[in-house]
Design a protein around this ligand. Structure first.
Ligand code: FBP
Length: 468
């Protein structure tokens, strides 16, 4: 499907993501793992007491896993193709299931030989094999998935996904053990939302590229706002329930207001806040501004309903929260003239060329998944810690997925799922934002980060997310 590559895409093929040397001279050592919720025992009897496995110096064995399957699940995130590239480099034969878990259930796949993977190295998107949001839960789906893995004699299956997709990975790992199917299942943390975060998982890949893309556009809009001096830009940002993306973009661009859903303000309180800032700015002669709105704000507004995905999540990207707020603010404002503009930044950040950070991080996650399958591990998710430090200092561990799960009401029923992590209102990223935001309301302090850079000094090309 690919058209001729642009010069930049071609140049990115030459980028070689760095990996910690422990992948050449390391082995897994058992490490303590978080105790899972006791009520999960009946659902995960075989994977419940799993330990974690940390990569430490040691004498490695080099026999790679023979056959591995891989699939993307959920929304795209930049870096995904590098997980596949690392698997392709680290396993005997790789096949990719098409369009997410559906490909596994329906046995729709394609061979991922080095030639096929080559043009996708360091490129954005998930278009090599596609993705989907199917939840594997019925006995028929589980059986079909197992039959596919047996038919292809897979040593391992790698599921690249967010919280719901890694819940799928845990369910499959348990089921395969129960059915004596020898395919091992390993999860890789992906999502631009940044909500697959915990003491065990520092960040998912894709967050850095998405937020840098949005921050570039917000910075440009802010400069337009300060130039034209007549518009109020209400910018809704993707990120489902959690406001991590909005917080990261706020720290990067310093808008006049950035709403954080987790603060729990009611709709009237939000409208009151916005009207107050707009009127104070008007009194200072400024009839323009930039306001960031997390799409997940919709989840915090009581009685606001909308469509839900197969996992039971409210599809907040389809709710026009920016327009809702513009309408409510307009009703309360006492200004003669006021020109709001609504924007939605979401899909434009999921498939960009990955930043160096995401290109490296995703490649390392793929190396870790290949090694886990080689060592016959299952029901674990790849975790890389110390991401702020140099790649050589990254600490690579496999963590039991069951330990990250809790019970949540989905479509009216309690379901075991990985908990989405919201913005920590006591954490350093949020508290440092709170210290500054008052200054940004009337006095313009916009920052303009500009586009993602791939060439130049490391201070341009290798920055890490500010919220890290
Ligand atoms: P994942 O959690 O699957 O990575 O998806 C994230 C996301 O991009 C959200 O930010 C957004 O609300 C949602 O996907 C949009 O879903 P869809 O792609 O189905 O429109």
């Amino acid at each position: 499907i690919l058209g001729p590559m642009t010069p930049l895409e071609r140049k990115r093929l030459d980028y070689h993501p760095e990996i910690p040397s422990l992948f050449k001279n390391g082995v897994f050592q058992i490490a303590p793992a978080k105790a899972p919720h006791p009520d999960l025992r009946s659902l995960f009897p075989r994977t419940m007491d799993q330990k974690a496995f940390r990569l430490v110096p040691g004498k490695p064995h080099f026999a790679p896993p023979r056959r591995v399957g891989v699939l993307f699940s959920g929304g795209p995130a930049a870096g995904g193709h590098n997980v596949i590239a690392a698997l392709c480099d680290g396993v005997g034969e790789l096949i990719g299931f098409l369009n997410g878990a559906d490909g596994l259930v329906r046995d729709e796949w394609k061979k991922l030989s080095p030639d096929v993977v080559a043009p996708y190295r360091n490129q954005g998107g998930f278009d090599l094999i596609g993705t989907g949001r199917t939840k594997i839960e019925t006995p028929e789906q589980l059986k079909a998935a197992q039959e596919t893995c047996r038919k292809h004699q897979l040593d391992g299956l790698v599921i690249i996904g967010g919280d719901d997709s890694n819940t799928n990975a845990a369910v499959l790992a348990e089921y395969f053990l129960e059915e004596h199917c020898s395919t091992r299942v390993i999860g890789v943390p992906k999502t631009i939302d940044g909500d697959l975060r915990s003491a065990e998982i520092e960040l998912s890949f894709g967050f850095d590229s998405a937020t840098k893309t949005y921050a570039e556009i917000i910075g440009n809009i802010a400069r337009d706002a300060g130039s034209a001096r007549k518009y109020y830009h209400f910018i809704k940002l993707m990120g489902r329930s959690a406001s991590h993306i909005t917080l990261e973009c706020a720290l990067a661009t310093q808008p006049n207001v950035a709403l954080i859903g987790e603060e729990g303000l009611t709709l009237p309180q939000i409208v009151h806040k916005l009207v107050d800032v707009i009127e104070r700015r008007a009194a200072a002669g400024k009839n323009y501004g930039v306001i960031l709105i997390p799409e997940g704000l919709a989840e915090f507004i009581p009685n606001l309903e909308g469509p839900r995905d197969p996992h039971g999540n409210l599809q907040v990207s389809q709710i026009e929260t920016d327009q809702l707020l513009i309408g409510e603010v307009k009703k309360k404002l006492k200004l003669d003239k006021w020109f709001p503009q609504g924007h939605f930044l979401g899909y434009e950040g999921r498939c960009c060329l990955p930043t160096n950070f995401d290109a490296k991080y995703a490649y390392v996650l793929g190396c870790l998944a290949a090694m886990a399958i080689r060592d016959r591990l299952t029901g674990l998710i790849c975790s890389v810690q110390h991401l702020r430090k140099s790649v050589e200092q990254w600490q690579c561990t496999l963590v039991p997925i069951v330990g990250l799960m809790h019970f949540e009401k989905r479509l009216g029923k309690p379901k075991p799922v990985i908990a989405k992590t919201l913005v920590d209102l006591k954490g350093e990223p949020f508290t440092s934002f709170v210290k500054k935001r008052g200054e940004w309301e009337v006095q313009d302090a916009y920052r303009h980060p500009g586009p993602i850079q791939f060439f130049g000094g490391a201070e341009l090309t290798d920055t890490v997310p500010l919220t890290l």
